[in-house]
Design a protein around this ligand. Structure first.
Ligand SMILES: C[S@@+](CC[C@H](N)C(=O)[O-])C[C@H]1O[C@@H](n2cnc3c(N)ncnc32)[C@H](O)[C@@H]1O
Length: 142
């Protein structure tokens, strides 16, 4: 196993992967669990596109997404959520969106969404409507 450091705000994930031995010619599973919520939307978009650029046919992306229902302002949801968290100032959540907006972001980065399920379907103790688990495939080029 190889561990590579990256700050997704400033580092190019494709270059980091290329520099640490990731084989761009073989299918990969990319997992972003509990990460995108900490990044702003442009950074999420760059990260997703960077991973897509390293995704050989047969690759899969698995992401967990912080979601809210349609019809309320994402900025307001995010501010309220951070105000309730002990670490809301030090490590603020930045990207909480309706599921459709998240899926659009993933699609624009070149991924083909495969499946989205509410975390409560896997963990009865999860709060419904808060976290979606999404898988996506390495797009129409497959
Ligand atoms: C709630 S933890 C999720 C941990 C993850 N599921 C794992 O198994 O390691 C959030 C993670 O996001 C990472 N993170 C937050 N902002 C980041 C950034 N700008 N660049 C890279 N990673 C970041 C943190 O370092 C932390 O590991």
């Amino acid at each position: 196993m190889t561990l590579a450091a990256a700050d997704f705000r400033t580092d190019d994930v494709a270059a980091v992967l290329g520099g640490c031995g990731h084989d761009v010619g073989r299918p990969s599973l990319f997992i972003c669990e509990g990460v995108l919520v900490y990044l702003d939307q442009p950074t999420c978009a760059r990260l997703l596109a960077g991973l897509r650029s390293r995704a050989a046919p047969g690759s899969r992306l698995a992401v967990s997404l912080a979601v809210h229902r349609q019809g309320v302002a994402s900025e307001q949801v995010t501010a309220v959520a951070n105000a309730r968290r002990a670490s809301g100032s030090a490590e603020p959540w930045q990207t909480i969106l309706p599921l459709g907006a998240h899926l659009a972001l993933i699609s624009r980065a070149g991924w083909r969404v495969e499946r989205a399920i509410d975390a409560v379907q896997l963990d009865a103790e999860a709060a419904p409507g808060r976290t979606q688990l999404v898988t996506a495939l390495s797009g129409p080029r497959d």
